[in-house]
Design a binder for this molecule. Structure first.
Ligand code: GLN
Length: 454
């Protein structure tokens, strides 16, 4: 019992879960036992999953890592988690995350940061970021306190935390997973996806999560491919594009060395590397940091103290004062920054200069990929320009935090499937990820290349 309690305490010290629901996981295990007797096992029968706190879970706290949704228990279940339940999965609990999925380190959460289970060789016991915004998901899977988890990715939030913690994570093509019941951040970018130890686990999870949903107007009305059955590490005839614009200055040598190794691994699997150009890459980050805050400022207008969660009523105040007091108390600094940026770029005087311009550049970035995919079948890059950084290292400088998304956001803006797979360790013994981007709807080649690297 002592050993068990110590293990539980050290797991809880990671701060990965915001709510624990062991009874839910046990109920799924019991249901799986019964289903086994009837010969009706779902693909995830009895598998206990961690669920990012962005997914609405019926009667279980769903806060998006924000004070403004404190104690909010939705009377409904998100489509993705309902799909997972239909496949037999249970829920271990809700996973910590950056507030409203805004962040790259899980440090903007109202519940405090998640601690990565990894340590630098020369860092003593200094705590590292698990990446973000799906930092609870990445830490829980890496620490083996969840066999797999859900994540969401708006501009890298599945892939970058997967890279930081040495696990796999895939963001499917925009529209594959229903956004219904997922707290909205930037609706034209938000996508759910799995985070797990292996590529195969990701394929199994994604098959269960994906599928058409009439409740999401951007959901793709297409059958879900049998990704797991289609897994093969034979890449004969596939051309891998290596975008020259991703060779950016300031990226540590071991990340570029890993990228070269990745090219060799895919060559060994039968693929042929080709150099490609994605000329608008350098505009992707500024474009993302206009479009995402613009959509966020609109989506977050619904938190007004009337409909959900927190309500702060100042003495003698009117309705406007209640809105202002509630939002001031409920939103953290990063969320407020995004709302202000978003409101600014959407304001009458600046709309054309920023928002319209960003939409145009987004089209050019999309077109870059379309042209590149005439010469290649998938693209290989590093997932992030650094290994996990220390908690607190980047909180004083939001732009340095945003720069960590530099390799992840172009695929998000283009709506393409993209995956991070563990590639190896850097000289500090920290995991580094390789990033695979596929054509629209071609998750299979992404998964297969991931399998070849794994
Ligand atoms: N780190 C990026 C941001 O802060 C991406 C977040 C995400 O993908 N949810 O916006």
């Amino acid at each position: 019992a002592e050993q068990y309690n110590a293990a539980v305490a050290s797991a809880r010290a990671l701060n990965a879960y915001t709510v624990e629901t062991p009874e839910d996981a046990l109920a799924a295990a019991d249901a799986a036992d019964k289903a086994r007797g009837n010969g009706e096992l779902g693909a995830l029968a009895g598998v206990p999953l961690g669920i990012k706190d962005l997914f609405a879970t019926r009667s279980v706290d769903t806060t998006a890592g924000s004070r403004i949704l404190k104690d909010f228990r939705p009377p409904y279940e998100s489509t993705v988690t309902a799909n997972l339940r239909r496949a037999g999965a249970g829920m271990l609990g809700k996973l910590n995350m950056d507030e409203f999925a805004m962040g790259s380190s899980n440090e903007t959460s109202a519940y405090g940061p998640v601690i990565s289970p990894w340590r630098r060789k020369d860092g003593g016991n200094a705590a590292l970021a698990p990446g973000g915004s799906s930092g609870g998901s990445s830490a829980a899977v890496a620490a083996r306190i969840a066999p797999a988890a859900t994540g969401t990715d708006t501009g890298g939030s599945i892939r970058q935390p997967a890279a930081f913690t040495g696990i796999c994570g895939i963001k499917p093509t925009y529209g594959r997973c229903s956004r219904w019941g997922i707290v909205s951040f930037a609706s034209s970018l938000d996508q759910a996806g799995p985070m797990a130890k292996t590529v195969r686990d990701c394929a199994i999870m994604l098959e269960a999560m994906a599928g058409f949903d009439p409740k999401d107007s951007t959901s793709l009305d297409l059958p879900v491919p049998a990704w797991e059955a289609g897994l093969s590490s034979d890449l004969k005839g596939k051309r891998i594009g290596i975008p020259k614009e991703y060779r950016i200055e300031g990226v540590p040598g071991d990340i570029n060395a890993l990228w070269d190794k990745g090219i060799e691994w895919l060559r060994d699997a039968g693929a042929e590397p080709v150099e490609i150009s994605l000329p608008h890459t350098k505009y992707a980050l500024p474009t993302y940091y206009i479009i995402a805050p613009a959509e966020a400022s609109s989506n977050l207008a619904r938190y007004d103290g009337v409909r959900y969660g927190l309500r702060v009523v100042p003495e003698g105040g009117n309705l406007d004062a209640m809105y202002a007091a509630t939002r001031a108390a409920g939103f953290g600094a990063e969320v407020r920054r995004r709302i202000m940026i978003g409101t600014y770029v959407l304001s009458a005087g600046f709309y054309d200069a920023y928002f319209t311009k960003a939409q145009k550049v987004r089209s050019l970035i999309k077109r870059d990929f379309e042209q590149a995919f005439e010469a290649c079948d998938l693209i290989l890059t590093p997932t992030a320009p650094s290994a996990a950084f220390g908690l607190g290292d980047k909180t004083a400088d939001p732009v340095s935090m945003y720069l960590n998304d530099v390799f992840a956001v172009p695929a998000s803006l283009a709506g393409l499937p993209a995956m991070s797979v563990p590639g190896g360790l850097d000289e500090q013994g920290l995991p580094l990820g390789l990033h695979l981007i596929g054509r629209e709807l071609d998750e299979q080649v992404v998964l297969n290349a991931g399998l070849a690297i794994e």
